[in-house]
Write a protein that binds this ligand. Structure first.
Ligand SMILES: [Zn+2]
Length: 262
């Protein structure tokens, strides 16, 4: 880097993945990025909604960008934007776009603000790369949410009952109780309000997804009905963690009804 301390203070460079936008005023936009060095940060893109803005295309959601940023009073302001990677196949396919929005929404909700997290950033880039190329997008989303929960410290309990401490027997039906922390043993589970039976096949698949790289997971001959069953359990858990519904998931469900596929 060139320039003295004063120059560094007024302007800086950074790279990140655009995960969210929101409009501000007539022509401005707040752009949220996931960065390796500072977690999630929100920056102001001035005039970016005018047709003539040259920055606009580089600041689309799911773009990996290199930015020049000027320090501002309330918001730091993007002064230059250059795309490093644009994921064109995500943009040209509605199902891929929907799954990418799901990933971006979870990242926006769970990424720490202003806190270094290289593992999370690498996971995000890796997952979008798979959304761009995968033949089974359900597998990518299930794999991503498992690893996102692990990396951000929200991993559900899958091995020991969080209520009594007993090891979970994976060959029997346990219970899924998000407010208790994940899978609980049958004895504790029947007494829990809001718990639902967790079949052995789902718990086994959860354990596999949470501990394996995607390259192992994609080799599994996973049936769509089992992946959708797992989605229901993970949705309940994520709703508990986020304390709200996931908007992108509603969109995915609508798409599924229309196209009868994902
Ligand atoms: Zn128990």
């Amino acid at each position: 880097m060139t320039g003295g301390p004063e120059r560094r203070y007024r302007s800086y460079r950074l790279t990140g993945l655009v995960i969210h936008h929101r409009d501000m005023g007539e022509a401005d936009r707040i752009v949220s990025l996931l960065t390796p060095d500072r977690g999630r940060i929100d920056l102001l893109a001035k005039g970016v909604r005018k047709i003539t803005s040259r920055k606009a295309g580089h600041l689309d959601v799911f773009t990996y960008v290199r930015l020049q940023v000027a320090k501002g009073r309330t918001w730091d302001i993007i002064t230059q934007a250059e795309a490093i990677r644009t994921f064109p196949r995500i943009r040209s396919s509605l199902p891929r776009t929907a799954h990418a929005y799901y990933i971006a929404e979870l990242l926006y909700a769970l990424a720490p603000e202003e806190q270094e997290d290289r593992e999370l950033f690498d996971l995000a880039l890796e997952a979008l790369g798979y959304v761009e190329t995968a033949t089974n997008l359900l597998v990518v989303s299930r794999w991503f949410e498992a690893h996102l929960l692990r990396v951000t410290g929200f991993q559900p309990q899958l091995y020991v009952c969080p209520l009594c401490g007993a090891p979970l027997n994976v060959e029997q039906v346990n219970y899924w109780v998000p407010q208790a922390g994940g899978a609980v043993c049958p004895t504790c589970g029947v007494a829990q309000k809001g718990g639902r039976p967790l079949p052995a096949r789902v718990l086994k698949l959860m354990r596999f997804l949470h501990t394996r790289p995607y390259t192992h997971v994609r080799e599994l001959p996973l049936r769509t009905d089992v992946l959708l069953e797992l989605e229901g359990y993970m949705q309940a858990y994520l709703r508990h963690v986020l304390e709200r519904d996931i908007r992108a998931l509603k969109f995915l469900h609508r798409l599924r009804q229309e196209f009868r596929r994902t």
